[in-house]
Design a protein around this ligand. Structure first.
Ligand SMILES: NC(=O)c1ccc[n+]([C@@H]2O[C@H](COP(=O)([O-])OP(=O)(O)OC[C@H]3O[C@@H](n4cnc5c(N)ncnc54)[C@H](OP(=O)(O)O)[C@@H]3O)[C@@H](O)[C@H]2O)c1
Length: 319
């Protein structure tokens, strides 16, 4: 347990959707205090009572841990500056998720590594839900590697960030529903493949298709899993129960399937399963729900910070 009453932390990119959520969580965290918060176009404004300064002016030395909520590509340089200043970092961007420089911070599977890490690469929102759904089955050799795992996922619009884009205008998104990054080329796929192979030993094909859902926050993933043997409902639920017993941020539903209302504003992944009838080869449908801004971003970053500081893992979080 860390003896500091309040550990100073910094937030780079605090004016974005992930950064705002992080400031909100840190404002209610009893063991952390915000030493600085940065913005680019919003520099000079005030948010959650903090004056937003330019990232280039951030007093990195004043923080013990610095969170980066900067865009991909921009984050790398600042995170290197944080490390050069001798400070620990949690990067919410994708810049270090495939890098040996960082520990991949899917907390439930990487807890001991996160505890000693100087740089944690916080997982992507879609991968967090999909990996917590698939790793238990993969570890038991239950996923048939000769057939594809198909992940159809729908995300609320905050997943796309706060920069204005025509296709994200209310008039375009409202009352509509559409797929994007079709063709299995979404940037989260390498992270999914690498982690599922490392943590679950599964190297078969994944087909991932994201959709844009006209809500502010939340992701629902429908995951079609080809099985090596038949699993009935109770057996499948029992596998998840055994793996996630005692995990505060994973909820396994029984005889029910999760929806967004089970997860929004919570640092939680909710999982439900249904064996698939009327097919010749065994298959399981797993439904995974997550709040993209909480367990999919800022909440998991705080969870990782708690582990890094030796604090109770759910401090400041509502799971
Ligand atoms: N949104 C999600 O659900 C989610 C989930 C998981 C991970 N992430 C990752 O978290 C990071 C932030 O995502 P977001 O959705 O919060 O993005 P966002 O809303 O676009 O926010 C980006 C932040 O970075 C700042 N920024 C932009 N360009 C900059 C530059 N050149 N130099 C310094 N600061 C700059 C922005 O400042 P101004 O706005 O003041 O210009 C803003 O504070 C991304 O890497 C994203 O992939 C997001």
């Amino acid at each position: 347990m860390n003896n500091h009453a309040s550990v100073p932390v910094g937030v780079l990119g605090a004016s974005g959707y992930a950064g705002q959520e992080l400031l909100r969580l840190l404002a209610g965290h009893p063991g952390a205090s915000v030493a600085f918060a940065t913005a680019e176009s919003a520099a000079g404004e005030t948010l959650e009572g903090f004056d937003l300064i330019k990232a280039a002016d951030a007093p990195l030395q004043r923080a013990e841990i610095v969170f980066s909520c900067l865009p991909h590509g921009v984050s790398r340089r600042y995170v290197h500056e944080v490390r050069a200043a001798g400070r620990r970092a949690v990067d919410l961007s994708a810049d270090f998720r495939l890098s040996a420089e960082a520990v991949y911070g899917l907390t439930e599977v990487a807890r001991p590594r996160v505890a000693g890490a100087d740089l944690v690469a916080n997982p992507g929102c879609y991968p967090t839900a999909a990996l917590l759904a698939l790793i238990p089955l993969a570890q038991r050799g239950l996923i048939d590697p000769s057939r594809e795992v198909v992940i159809d996922a729908a995300s609320g619009v905050t997943g796309a960030g706060r920069s204005p884009r025509r296709e994200l205008l209310f008039g375009e998104v409202s009352e509509d529903y559409r797929a994007y990054a079709v063709g299995n080329e979404h940037r989260h796929l390498p992270e999914l493949r690498t982690t599922l192979a490392r943590e679950g030993g599964f190297t078969g094909d994944l087909v991932f298709t994201p959709h844009l859902l006209p809500v502010k926050r939340g992701i629902l993933e429908t995951i079609h899993v080809p099985l090596t043997r038949v699993l009935d409902q109770a057996t499948a639920e029992g596998i998840y129960d055994a793996v996630y017993d005692g995990e505060p941020c994973v909820r396994v539903l029984h005889g029910a399937l999760p929806s967004l209302k089970d997860v929004v504003y919570r640092n939680r992944v909710a999982l439900g399963v249904a064996p698939v009838a009327n097919v010749r080869r065994p298959r399981l449908t797993v439904i995974a729900a997550i709040d993209n801004l909480v367990k999919g971003a800022a909440g998991q970053a705080v969870q990782n910070m708690n582990v890094m500081l030796g604090l109770p893992e759910t401090t400041g979080l509502s799971c």
